[in-house]
Design a protein around this ligand. Sequence first.
Ligand SMILES: [Zn+2]
Length: 307
Amino acid sequence: MIATQAQPGAFAFLEGALDRADHLRDAPDALAARWPQAKVILLDDDCHALADDAQRMFAVAGDALGGMPANAVFLGLQDDQAWFAARAATVDIEAPQRIDLRAAAASWPAFEAGVFAQARAVLHWHARHRHCGVCGGDVQFVRAGWLGRCAQCGSEHYPRTDQAIIAAVTDGERLLLGRQVGWPPKRYSVLAGFVEPGESLEQTVAREVHEESGVRVIDCQYLASQPWPFPGSLMLGFIARAHPDEPVAGDELEDVRWFDADQVRAGLARDWATPMADDEPGIALSPPISIARWLAQRWLAEFGGGA
Ligand SMILES: [Zn+2]
């Protein structure tokens, strides 16, 4: 079985994470002192980042924005440089462009893409948790944006991540890949699904694979994880051994099949950014920013005689 962990650069949002400096979240005076020199990433209400003319990060200094806006989030430190995230709607500044996180993950330096991913996840949580789930009262964000406290009943709310499994399922010779309606032509990917309450990850792998393909998993092994803030997931990557059952697509997929090593190798060798035609032979795989592609690569390295 594969024992390799993901290396930095294997997919997006792993590299150069900020020191989150938790102790500063309870030190508003220290954060206010850092604000004028801080770098601030600004997101619009669709969770796109403000960008310059070349679609690069448009990170402004705190003093260009005046005082710290309400609900600014302290993201952390990089070499003693403070980074914050704020909603563009709360500051008086214009930028020439916007960029979404998928495009930024493919084009920005890895560190900056990671900052964007963190900012997007926590600001999206703010946007969806303005009211208390216990009593419906207004939620106020404290601890530099990392804790929501109900003004009415005092309940505390923490940022959410939604765990999902993603699995390279193999019968020992072939890899199980499926495609969803609406994906680019010929795009196939390893199977994924959300963890349900009361489930272990291993149970989720077996249930999701069976629901989506009818294939019965024998066992699985955890390999690596990826934050996937679209809007708030954490992808937990597995490789799973399964019976060589004939796949039957469930409700979530329009097609699911076994592919041999030559087919997967050819799919990985394609230029991922060039769309395939409907009648073109072969398959396309997920973009390099995703753990999905890395899992297919890992499977090929282990079971397919290498890339
Ligand atoms: Zn409440």
